[in-house]
Design a protein around this ligand. Structure first.
Ligand SMILES: NC(=O)c1ccc[n+]([C@@H]2O[C@H](COP(=O)([O-])OP(=O)(O)OC[C@H]3O[C@@H](n4cnc5c(N)ncnc54)[C@H](OP(=O)(O)O)[C@@H]3O)[C@@H](O)[C@H]2O)c1
Length: 293
């Protein structure tokens, strides 16, 4: 993908269903409801139009309140915003998923979300195929404009696509310097699925000498360098911060571009044992939550 000269918060990526998603957004995992409100307002004020929440984050209602207040104050229209939420694992299953979407929409105060994701496959429970069928139905009902998955790997992608003939629009997976996930990204691209990066800033990377050196060269922060690394590779990215100034800083990444050599040097952190590896659970083995009876 060629980087445009426009604002990263306004750059759109077209998904396989024809809908467009702003490439740079705000993530709200681990934010308290009040922090989620403040950060969402700060993000919208900074020009961010894409918010990534989840039923499991416990802050959908305050993201929704922030959206409603920003719309009521004339800062933005609902149609300009792109709101993602995710189905929590415990709600997997056909009927359960559809009921959970209604709860999410009620929490958010919206009649539809722009993107709804299966949060984790939780392969041992064996519910992800029925769950995906519910996602297809929700899209047909207009309650989710686009549907996708998170933390899916090739075998479970094969199963849901074969069962429905519907390919997810996105797969949201852990990606940051030190864990660039080339193989799953290629698998997604081969299927026409766009990749979203979760935990994009990783952990402990701000002091990494490669990243700190590139940040000093450009006169920007290490976080801004990492965000540019994601954008330069066509990844959809939504850094999280509870601090309104850092929310604005993370949206302010238009004044510089990484060179090919700088992008490659950051990707090569995958080979540095001090910084390489996951910061979150392995989707093949992680089981979060309790299945319904
Ligand atoms: N699908 C999944 O399974 C999954 C899993 C994890 C995350 N996600 C999504 O991905 C989003 C982002 O990932 P994440 O929340 O794990 O974390 P992240 O965005 O990679 O990093 C957040 C951390 O970086 C700090 N930070 C942010 N901007 C900074 C800046 N400019 N300078 C210095 N420090 C900065 C934040 O601290 P302060 O708050 O103090 O600024 C926070 O500690 C989530 O919020 C969520 O939407 C999805």
């Amino acid at each position: 993908m060629t980087e445009s000269a426009t604002s990263a918060t306004k750059d759109l990526i077209t998904l396989n269903d024809g809908h467009a998603i702003p490439q740079l957004g705000l993530g709200v995992w681990e934010l308290t409801p009040e922090e989620a409100y403040t950060s969402t307002r700060a993000a919208i004020a900074a020009g961010v139009r894409h918010i990534d929440t989840a039923a499991g984050y416990g802050n959908e209602a305050n993201v929704g309140r922030a959206v409603a207040d920003a719309v009521a104050e004339g800062e933005v229209t609902r149609d300009e915003l792109f709101i993602t939420t995710k189905l929590w694992n415990a709600d997997q299953g056909y009927d359960e998923a559809l009921a959970a979407l209604d709860t999410s929409l009620s929490n958010l105060g919206l009649d539809h979300v722009d993107l709804w994701l299966i949060h984790w496959p939780v392969q041992p429970w064996g519910r992800y195929v029925d769950t995906w069928k519910a996602f297809v139905a929700a899209r047909e009902a207009g309650k989710a404009r686009s549907i996708g998955v998170s933390n899916f790997f090739p075998e479970v992608l094969d199963e849901i696509i074969e069962a429905t003939g519907v390919t997810p629009a996105v797969n949201q997976i852990e990606i940051h310097p030190g864990f660039s996930q080339q193989a799953q990204r290629r698998d997604n691209a081969d299927r026409g699925i766009r990749t979203e990066s979760w935990s994009p800033l990783g952990r402990g990377l701000f002091d990494n000498p490669v990243i700190a050196g590139i940040a000093a060269e450009h006169g920007v922060s290490p976080a801004q360098v990492i965000i540019r690394w994601h954008l330069a590779q066509g990844l959809i990215v939504f850094p999280r911060s509870k601090n309104p100034e850092r929310v604005a800083q993370n949206a302010d990444v238009d004044g510089f571009r990484l060179t090919r050599e700088q992008i490659d040097a950051i990707t090569a952190i995958d080979d540095d044992p001090q910084y390489a590896g996951r910061v979150g659970g392995d989707p093949r083995t992680a089981v979060f939550g309790t299945p319904l009876a």
